[in-house]
Design a protein around this ligand. Sequence first.
Ligand SMILES: Cc1ncc(COP(=O)(O)O)c(C=O)c1O
Length: 381
Amino acid sequence: MHIYPVYKLWNINALKAKGCIITDDQGTEYLDFYGGHAVISIGHSHPVYVKALCDQLQHIGFYSNAIVNPLQEALAGALGRVSGYPEYSLFLCNSGAEANENALKLASFSTGRNRVLAFRNAFHGRTSGAVALTDNPSIRAPFNQCHQADFICLDDIQALESAFTRHDYAAVIIEGIQGVGGIREASAVFLATLRELCTRHHTVLIMDEIQSGYGRTGKFFAHQHAGIQADIITMAKGMGNGFPIGGLLISPHIKAVPGQLGTTFGGNHLACAAALAVLQVMQEERLMDNAREIGSYMIGALQTITAGAAQIRGRGLMIGIETDPEMLKDRNLREDLLWKGKIFTGASGPGILRLLPPLCITKEQADKLLTFLELWYTSHP
Ligand SMILES: Cc1ncc(COP(=O)(O)O)c(C=O)c1O
């Protein structure tokens, strides 16, 4: 039997990882500016996290949601405090797409409506509802076609207002900062208008913070930079630092009806232990502050280094570098970084590099990437 092909694979067999360093079976060390796609938040193999998971496994790893699980209550309390949404309730699941599916379902249940507004370049996952609101027809099967989805461009206030005059939406779903779409952020004015329209039309505002949340941008959620509140926030990736867990924060205005949502694995003992350890380390090591500080240092330095040859976008440790296509004609920046610089990065298509390192990245590690990029941009014709 073979493995069903999904992504293009780099031929690297990672045997261990610590902090921001991954070591392969040849003993080669790679600097991780990708975080396994924004998943590694507190760093690889953090001792507090490893101990929490091992200890939990010694006691009970899993039992179903048919019995009380005090770890879920502990996680809800900790998340409420750190996220700035203490009065919201928490529903736990296993992944990002699943979080979005449940958010959409809840919005539809609570409004009795079935139409959703989404955005150009958006990515919300590969399951049926989430992919119907993802702006990429190539990953949408005929079965996933949705005739109740509209797409408009970020920051197009006119299109937004006009969409609300045409339809009664159950929800608007928007990323805190678009990740797969190339690190694109809606303006604070656009988000404030969106918030106001959703309130006026009784539409549920879903902020997808699956990639941009969990402290990555220097605030717990990216939309908090714009000073707005969402009705539902979806989370996953950084939440478990590699242990699969996702979740929804749900406004008290949305009536909770027992039985509408459910899950077998969601919120199990091991997953909660992982998520609690992540929040503990994030706070003890002030990782949100680190994301903000190292992120703004890097964004400033990248603007100088690329000197007009690339557009730099993002916040904190969610950074996009869109290079002039002329410079990429005969060289591949991401591959050069990996094979020559031994630095892992992400990408949004061939032209946009995405930096999503663990939030514990140091200035020295940032300088290693910056030195490589400085050489790359200046040595290129
Ligand atoms: C913004 C956003 N939403 C949803 C998802 C889907 O998450 P998952 O792959 O855990 O289903 C992703 C994954 O990249 C994402 O970036």
